[in-house]
Design a protein around this ligand. Structure first.
Ligand SMILES: [Zn+2]
Length: 131
């Protein structure tokens, strides 16, 4: 059984290309000088045009859950694992897996991105705790 794979669209393709290149890409609005994530065709604040930029990959855990029941057999060997809401240093928040011992996760913990290569086409951003 296979894991659920992302299906890039014209809007999200730069994000997935960035992951393959080892870069966490988010959007930036030159008009109101703010970052945004998830990808949108225009700035959600001012409707200005947005550019893709490389984020620092650093952030902080805002909230989290521990997944103890695999959604399918493809994930059976991974449980339990942590899924967290992460506020990036640039401001936007994203949901991702944090690779750590369950006992180590807490809100406010600092994290940084790394990239988990699943295939030639699919690279998934995940996070690790940093002290
Ligand atoms: Zn804007």
């Amino acid at each position: 059984m296979l894991k659920n794979l992302p299906v890039p669209t014209p809007l999200t393709a730069p994000y997935w290309e960035g992951c393959r290149a080892g870069e966490l890409r988010i959007q930036y609005c030159q008009v109101c000088e703010r970052h945004q994530f998830y990808p949108r065709s225009v700035c959600a604040e001012c409707l200005g045009s947005v550019d893709w930029v490389a984020a620092s990959g650093k952030g902080e855990v805002v909230s989290y859950t521990v997944v103890r029941l695999a959604v399918s057999e493809a994930y059976a060997e991974e449980v339990p694992y942590v899924v967290a809401l992460i506020r990036l240093a640039e401001g936007p928040q994203l949901m991702s897996q944090v690779d750590c011992e369950i006992e180590q996760i807490a809100t406010g913990r600092s994290v940084e991105v790394y990239f988990d290569v699943w295939s030639d086409e699919v690279t998934i951003p995940k996070f690790r705790l940093v002290s």
